[in-house]
Design a protein around this ligand. Structure first.
Ligand code: ADP
Ligand code: MG
Ligand code: ZN
Length: 616
């Protein structure tokens, strides 16, 4: 309420201001400055200095202005309150004042002009709002609906999961939501609780928006979509009232989906803004949280939100009963890319020489949006060439354009880089698998993450363990070093790609020595200068709690731990070189492999050995 009012007031004042301006202009146009008093006139008359007088009566009142011409050649303007009296006075001095006609109403200035002004102002706001609304299909922009949600409501959504290629895991995770939206009753009957909010996280262009739309289409429910930035306006309180409005609309259309794209625009961590004062955004976020807490679990509204910056989101939105489900939408692997290319070449006649498999293979790191763009560019290229079909050549040419386009240089990965990454990740993976206290491997991928990593090896989410053992920490160090070791074994050369691995290993080793008392030489003493503190001046403000001598010993000890782990890890990888090759090969083929696929490599090894034994 309050916010709505505030918001209304802001606009009210703008318009009021404009009206004052108009009034001021009127005054300037029809009024006249007076610079003469009745007393002065009488004086001049008595002295016989007045030659002529012209009286201009006003329209409605018996007042007016008189222009008095003096002997000296000067001209004065007098405000007259009693025209008849003035006339008589002038006559008594022998003058014959001219009295002009009462002016005809200046119909333009008094009636047309204000209307025109209001119209202009109105049109101005209307245009402004429509501009902000651009892309909106609804076109329901009413004047003064600033507090209305800007959400676009799509009722006849034709996008379904068929239009979303790849993203198999993501789709499976969303299955339950689709089922719920189709038949909420089935779930509520057995008292099942369905998540209220699902956060889709992933690099731009990976298909988050598409996926959200497809869910609504698949369940055939209304789809409200709004972008986080639509909430953030120049007027305080607009965001919050828009959120309120959005949810009250949504409730009327339940079951339905509310999709908030780029939620990071509103849901940034609160209270961290430089210099504080992001009141508006905080209010909006608070309102969003209030709304999400407010509607019942099974009211049939599911809020989907998308972001590519999950790291900057306010943790409050991830609490149970809000966005309690997070789905990572990842860049496609070869198979996914092949499927996406399929979807986007459906309405494009392809020449026989087009080999989508090959295109898929050479576009590692491309997102769905990049691939869509690629096919589109190719089609444009074909049209420019006056052809009605797309040739492989067109795609190849566009590949360079799309891949090298703004800020995407890193997207094109050379075969060699891919090979190195494959061996690097295979090195990590083997150690995860072989070492007893770490792993098992859940996925291995050589698809660039878009965050600077060329690939990743992910262990199964660990169980919560109270203690880290020394053995486990050493194994973790070994796993971290595995990538670099594999590069070294295979390529006889090393890359800069392992820098974060090395940092991680060093950090673990240092903690073992300075915090956990796990080194023989240094003993059970804490030399760790509470490095949990997030404070830039930390090292300057805190005196070291130990001497330079000890510092040297700590370094020595850390070096030994790392060296030791390196040696042991290298031995293990060398022993499994066969698997290393096979794993790298599999990665180069599939780009992303699952636990089962990875573990099958170890079975094959035995099978392979049997074969080779037979030969001997
Ligand atoms: P995001 O919201 O993650 O930034 P979008 O959903 O807006 O990405 O994707 C942009 C476009 O890229 C889509 O409209 C679609 O044409 C294409 N695209 C992305 N991912 C896929 C996919 N998995 N299958 C088919 N097309 C895709
Ligand atoms: Mg999007
Ligand atoms: Zn690594």
């Amino acid at each position: 309420m309050n916010n709505n009012k505030k918001n209304f007031n802001a606009y009210f004042f703008v318009i009021l201001g404009l009206m004052f301006l108009a009034a001021w202009m009127f005054r300037g146009l029809s009024g006249q400055e007076t610079d003469y008093t009745k007393g002065e006139l009488t004086e001049n008359l008595e002295k016989g200095e007045v030659i002529e007088a012209v009286i201009q009566p006003n329209k409605e009142t018996p007042t007016g202005v008189a222009r008095i011409f003096l002997k000296s050649g000067e001209e004065r303007t007098l405000y007259v309150t009693d025209i008849q009296g003035l006339e008589e006075e002038l006559r008594s001095f022998g003058l014959d004042p001219q009295v002009r006609d009462i002016p005809r109403e200046n119909w333009f200035m008094t009636s047309i002009f204000p209307i025109l002004l209001v119209l202009v102002v109105g049109v101005f706001f209307f245009v402004m709002m429509n501009a902000q609304n651009s892309g909106g299909g609804g076109g329901s922009a009413k004047m003064m609906n600033f507090g209305k949600s800007r959400a676009r409501l799509t009722l006849d959504n034709k996008v379904t999961l068929k239009d979303v290629a790849g993203l198999q895991e993501e789709k499976e995770e969303l299955e339950e939501i689709i089922n719920f939206l189709k038949e909420p009753g089935k779930f509520t009957k057995v008292g099942a609780r369905i998540p209220k909010g699902v956060l889709l996280e992933g690099a731009p262009g990976t298909g988050k928006t598409l996926l959200a739309k497809a869910i609504a289409g698949e369940a055939s429910v209304p789809f409200f979509s709004i972008s986080g930035s639509d909430f953030v306006e120049m007027f305080v309180g607009v965001g919050a009232s828009r959120v309120r409005d959005l949810f009250s609309d949504a409730k009327k259309h339940s079951p339905c989906i509310v999709f908030i794209d780029e939620i990071d625009a509103v849901a940034r961590r609160r209270g961290t803004g430089m210099g504080g004062g992001h009141d508006e955004r905080e209010q909006t976020l608070n309102q969003l949280l209030v709304e999400m807490d407010g509607f019942g679990v099974n009211e049939g509204i599911i809020v989907l939100a998308a972001t590519n910056r999950v790291d900057i989101l306010d943790p409050a939105i991830l609490r149970p009963g809000r966005f309690d489900r997070k789905i990572t939408v990842s860049a496609p692997d070869v198979k996914g890319r092949r499927e996406i290319l399929g979807v986007h070449s459906q309405n494009k006649p392809l020449a026989e020489d087009v080999n989508l498999e090959q295109i898929a293979q050479t576009t590692a790191g491309f997102t769905g949006a990049d691939l869509e763009n690629l096919m589109n560019e190719a089609a444009i290229h074909a049209a420019m060439d006056n052809r009605a079909f797309v040739k492989q050549e067109d795609i190849k040419k566009s590949f360079i354009k799309v891949g090298i386009g703004t800020e995407k240089k890193s997207r094109i990965i050379s075969e060699k880089e891919k090979r190195i990454t494959a061996y690097h990740e295979a090195g990590h993976a083997i150690l995860f698998h072989v070492l007893p206290d770490v792993g098992p491997v859940y996925t291995v991928s050589i698809i660039p993450t878009g965050l600077g990593a060329a690939g990743y090896t992910m262990p199964l989410p660990e169980k919560d363990e109270m203690f880290l053992t020394k053995g486990k920490m050493l194994q973790e160090i070994m796993v971290s070093l595995g990538g670099r070791i594999a590069e070294e074994i295979i390529f006889d050369d090393i890359t800069t790609g392992a820098s974060s691995d090395i940092k991680k290993a060093t950090k673990t080793a240092r903690r073992m020595v300075t915090r956990y008392g796990m080194s023989d030489h240094i003993g059970v003493i804490n030399y760790d200068d509470d490095d949990d503190e997030v404070f830039i001046g930390r090292d300057l403000a805190h005196a070291k709690s130990h001497s330079e001598l000890i510092a040297g010993e700590i370094d020595q000890e850390v070096r030994e731990i790392i060296g030791d782990c390196y040696g042991r890890a290298k031995a293990i990888i060398a022993e499994h070189e066969e698997i290393l090759h096979r794993c790298a090969q599999m990665l180069l083929e599939k780009e992303k492999i699952t636990r089962d696929e990875f573990e099958s490599l170890f079975d094959k090894k035995q099978a392979g050995q049997e074969v080779s034994l037979e030969k001997i």
